[in-house]
Design a protein around this ligand. Structure first.
Ligand code: FES
Length: 302
């Protein structure tokens, strides 16, 4: 016997949850590999999520058999969007909403702390470090420059650069080799292989300058070896040493952003530098290996 308690508006089979799940998966993948994928995923998740939720408000006449249930009652009522939401639907939506809020409260802070620094480039770039007059950099010789990247943070922000004045390019532009000391394997501090002239040490506005005869650069952690242009020669590093952009302002040498280097062809002022966006240590920036890493480093040549 059927009475009104035997009939229900059963939600029909729907593909919206699958689309929503694909969108969420794209968002998570996008967080790791690329912002465009993240945006596409967010749009897909929003569209399918909207359609899914909308379906919950729309009552459809669906037989139990169509819903994969035992044949208990034939039909529900015709109801359009805007009809009263029954109690079961309300409870479903309330459960989903509360679960979503709890999930967001737990996930978003962790996601923010874990992911945002990658997009903000924290600790990656250095901007406008004034190393003083270019006359402090004798032509053809490396100088070790150590400075505080962030004086308010103190010694923990001390950085080291290897600077060589290459004279001028064929176009008459001042040329400097400006190598960052962080190893391209795991980030240990690289050392110049050659004697340091401690007696010629200078302090220029808080920047310590020490001339060195650097035939190459070596990493004490795992034996990485680089030539005098910063090219990887041996050991586990995956690319050349990173470099700084630089400019000359009022006769002073000013270091700018860091960038990564695939290889350097040639030496000094005539060197051709395969330049890429700053990548983390251990990440390939060119060759087939680049495509095997999840975080792409789109590059350009200069
Ligand atoms: S960190 Fe330099 S070789 Fe490993």
């Amino acid at each position: 016997m059927n009475d009104e308690h035997d009939t229900h508006d059963l939600p029909g089979p729907s593909l919206w949850p699958i689309g929503f799940a694909i969108g969420v998966a794209c968002v998570l993948i996008g967080l790791v590999i690329s912002i465009p994928v993240l945006i596409v995923g967010a749009v897909v998740a929003l569209v399918f999520g909207f359609l899914w939720v909308r379906d919950l408000f729309v009552s459809r006449p669906v037989t139990a058999a169509a819903a994969g249930l035992p044949d208990v009652a034939p039909v529900a009522t015709e109801a359009d969007l805007g009809d009263n939401v029954d109690r079961a639907t309300f409870l479903s939506l309330a459960t989903i909403g509360v679960s979503g809020l709890i999930g967001a409260g737990v996930t978003l802070p962790a996601l923010g702390f874990g992911v945002l620094p990658s997009f903000m480039g924290e600790g990656v770039d250095t901007f406008d470090v004034d190393l003083g007059p270019i006359s402090n950099f004798p032509e053809g010789q490396y100088v070790i420059a150590t400075y505080l990247e962030s004086p308010e943070q103190g010694e923990v922000s001390r950085r080291t650069a290897f600077i060589r004045n290459n004279g001028r390019t064929d176009d008459g532009v001042p040329s400097f080799t400006t190598i960052f000391s962080r190893c391209a394997h795991l980030g240990c501090p690289v050392q110049p292989n050659g004697p340091i002239d401690e007696e010629a040490k200078k302090d220029v506005n808080g920047v310590e300058l020490r001339p060195v005869l650097a035939a190459s650069f070596g990493c004490p952690c795992h034996g990485g070896l680089y030539d005098s242009e910063g090219n990887r020669m041996a050991g586990p590093p995956v690319r050349s040493l990173d470099r700084y952009e630089f400019s000359i302002k009022d006769g002073n040498l000013v270091l700018g952003r860091l960038f990564s280097v695939g290889t350097v062809q040639g030496v000094g002022a005539s060197a051709k530098i395969m330049k890429y966006y700053k990548a983390y240590p251990g990440v390939h920036v060119d060759g087939i290996e680049r495509w095997l890493y999840p975080i792409p480093t789109p590059g350009s040549t200069s």
